[in-house]
Ligand binder design. Structure first.
Ligand code: GDP
Ligand code: MG
Length: 488
C-alpha cells in the first residue's frame, strides 16, 4: 500500500548517515523529499503542508538521545507526527442500552459498504451482540442479494423490502429489530459513482428517519484525493461519527488514510484489509505509522531496547566479543539483558523483514534462554572466565547443578565457542548479536559502509556502527580506544 512512501523514508534515513546531528538545513533537505513523496501518494496538499511544518518543528526541537543517530531521530519525529495526524485511536461504538444501536453506512459505489456491513456484523456478533443487516440499497437488485449472502455467511438476519423506498425500509427495519430482539442494526445504503444531490438527499432522509448512533463513511483508500474530497462532502451533509478505510491491502496511493482525519475531523475507526469477512481491523495510528515508515515495529523496538539495555554493558560485552575475550560472565549478562526485553520471538518479529516469518519465529523457545542461564550459573567463577577448563567431569557437575543433561551443557559450550569464532564474520556484517545489542543501528548498511571506510582510514577500531554512534554521542575521540582489550 505505502510502497513508494516507505522507499522514500528509507532513503531519507540513509541521507543522514555520516551527519553528526540534525540541523535546520539537513532537516529541510530531507523534508523536501518527504513532501514530494506525500504528494505522490496523493496526500491532500494542505495536509501535507501542515505535516511538513509539524515535522520540522518536532525534529528541530527533539532532544539528542544518547546512542540514537540523527537519521533515526528524524524518522522518530516523522513517526510521531504521523501518529498525531492520523490519531487518536478510537474504535468506540456508541452502544445503546434500551434500544437497538443504529449504524448507518454511507459512501460511494464500490467503496466497500456492503462488504464492510458483513464484516461489522461478524465482529459485533463475536462480541456478543445480536446484529441485523438492512438492505437499503434498492438501486440494484443484486445489492440485496449480496447482503443476503453475507448475512447467511455470518449467521445474522437480513431485512429487505423490495419495492419500498430506502428511508421507509430503514424505519420499518428498526421496528422489526425491536420485535426480533436485535440490538444493533446496520444499514447498507446505496452509493453512486460520484456524489450527487439525489444520493445525498436519500441518505440524509434515512438518517432523519432512523437517528443513527453511528454514521460511518466507507472510503476506498485507493482513490486518493477523490476519497478525501468525497469525505469532505459527506461530512458536510451527514453527522459522520467515523470513517472506515477499505482496501488497505492493495494499491499504492494510501494518502487518503493520512489526510482524512485532518480534513473531516472524524476518526478512522476501522480498516478493511481484504475481501474476506474477518478482514476488518481496528485502526491503530501508531501501527499504521510504523507500516508507512516500513520498519516493522522498529520504533517501539528501539524504545524498548533503550529501556532494557544498559548501553555501557552492551558496549562492553560487544567489545569483548569482538576482541575474543568474551567469557561466560559476559554471556550471562547478555542473556539477562535480552530477557529484560521480553519474549525473544516478539523481539525478533519487530525487526524489519522478520514479520513475514512469524510462523517460523513461533519455534523460538525462550526456555532455551533460561536453560542457558541456569547452566552458566552452575559454573564456578573460574570456569565462567576460562571455559576451556570445562572437562568432562566439570561438565557433569554443571549438568547436575543446573538440572540439565550433559548433552545440553555440551551444546551450550559448543554454541558459545562458535559464537566467539564467528566474530570475524559479524564484524563485517553487523550480525545478529549487533542487532540484539542495538537493533536499529545494526540494520543500517549505509552506516556500516561508513564505518568500514573509517576503518580503512585507520580511524575506527570497532566494526559495528552502534559503537560509533555511542562513542560520538559521548564525545570521545574516534580511534582513541585502539587495542584496549588485549587477549589475556
Ligand atoms: N481487497 C479488498 N477488497 C475489498 C475490501 N472491501 C471491499 N472490497 C471489494 O470491493 C468491491 C466493492 O465492495 P462492495 O462492498 O460491493 O462496495 P459497495 O458498492 O460500497 O457496497 C468488492 O469486490 C469487495 O470484495 C477490502 O478491504 N480489501
Ligand atoms: Mg453495496
Amino acid at each position: 500500500m505505502f510502497d513508494s512512501l516507505t522507499k522514500t523514508f528509507d532513503g531519507v534515513r540513509r541521507r543522514f548517515a555520516g551527519k553528526s546531528k540534525l540541523t535546520e538545513s539537513n532537516i529541510s533537505e530531507a523534508l523536501r523529499e518527504v513532501r514530494i513523496a506525500l504528494l505522490e501518494a496523493d496526500v491532500n496538499f494542505l495536509v501535507c503542508k501542515d505535516f511538513i511544518t509539524a515535522c520540522r518543528t518536532r525534529a528541530l526541537g527533539s532532544e539528542v538521545i544518547k546512542g540514537v543517530s540523527p537519521g533515526d531521530q528524524f524518522i522518530k519525529s516523522i513517526h510521531d507526527t504521523l501518529v498525531e495526524l492520523m490519531g487518536p485511536e478510537d474504535p468506540s461504538i456508541d452502544w445503546q442500552k434500551d434500544s437497538p444501536t443504529v449504524v448507518l453506512m454511507a459512501g460511494l459505489q464500490g467503496s466497500g459498504k456492503t462488504t464492510t456491513c458483513g464484516k461489522l456484523a461478524k465482529k459485533f456478533l463475536a462480541e456478543g451482540k445480536k446484529p441485523m443487516l438492512v438492505a437499503a440499497d434498492v438501486q440494484r437488485p443484486a445489492a440485496i442479494e449480496q447482503l443476503k449472502v453475507l448475512g447467511q455467511q455470518v449467521g445474522v438476519p437480513v431485512y429487505a423490502e423490495p419495492g419500498e423506498s430506502p428511508p421507509v425500509i430503514c424505519r420499518n427495519a428498526l421496528e422489526e429489530a425491536h420485535t426480533a430482539g436485535c440490538d444493533v442494526v446496520i444499514l447498507d445504503t446505496a452509493g453512486r459513482l460520484h456524489i450527487d444531490s439525489d444520493l445525498m438527499k436519500e441518505v440524509s432522509e434515512i438518517a432523519k428517519n432512523t437517528s443513527p448512533h453511528e454514521i460511518f463513511l466507507v472510503l476506498d483508500s485507493n482513490t486518493g484525493q477523490d476519497a478525501v474530497n468525497s469525505a469532505k462532502e459527506f461530512n458536510e451533509t451527514l453527522e459522520l461519527t467515523g470513517v472506515i478505510m477499505t482496501k488497505l491491502d492493495s494499491g499504492n496511493r494510501g494518502g487518503a488514510a493520512l489526510s482524512v482525519k485532518k480534513v473531516t475531523g472524524k476518526p478512522i475507526k476501522f480498516i478493511g484489509v481484504g475481501e474476506k469477512l474477518d478482514n476488518l481491523a481496528v485502526f491503530h495510528p501508531s501501527r499504521m505509522a510504523d507500516r508507512i515508515l516500513g520498519m516493522g515495529d522498529v520504533v517501539s523496538l528501539v524504545e524498548k531496547a533503550q529501556d532494557a539495555i544498559d548501553e555501557e554493558d552492551a558496549e562492553k560485552a560487544a567489545k569483548q566479543l569482538m576482541a575474543g575475550t568474551f567469557t561466560f560472565v559476559d554471556f550471562l549478562k547478555m542473556l539477562q539483558m535480552m530477557k529484560n526485553m521480553g519474549p525473544m520471538k516478539d523481539i525478533l518479529k519487530m525487526l524489519p523483514g522478520m514479520g513475514a516469518n512469524a510462523a517460523a519465529l513461533d519455534n523460538v523457545d525462550d526456555k532455551e534462554f533460561y536453560r542457558s542461564e541456569a547452566i552458566i550459573q552452575s559454573m564456578t567463577p573460574h570456569e565462567r572466565v576460562h571455559p576451556e577448563i570445562l572437562n568432562m567431569s566439570r561438565r557433569e557437575r554443571v549438568a547436575r547443578g543446573s538440572g540439565v543433561t550433559v548433552e545440553q551443557v555440551h551444546n551450550l559450550v559448543r554454541g558459545f565457542k562458535q559464537m566467539r569464532n564467528q566474530m570475524k564474520d559479524m564484524r563485517k556484517k553487523g550480525g545478529m548479536f549487533g542487532k540484539m545489542m542495538n537493533p536499529m543501528k545494526a540494520l543500517k548498511k549505509d552506516q556500516m559502509k561508513e564505518v568500514e571506510k573509517l576503518e580503512a582510514d585507520g580511524k575506527s577500531i570497532l566494526g559495528m556502527p552502534e559503537f560509533k554512534s555511542m562513542r560520538n554521542s559521548r564525545g570521545s575521540r574516534p580511534g582513541g580506544k585502539k587495542k584496549k582489550n588485549k587477549r589475556r
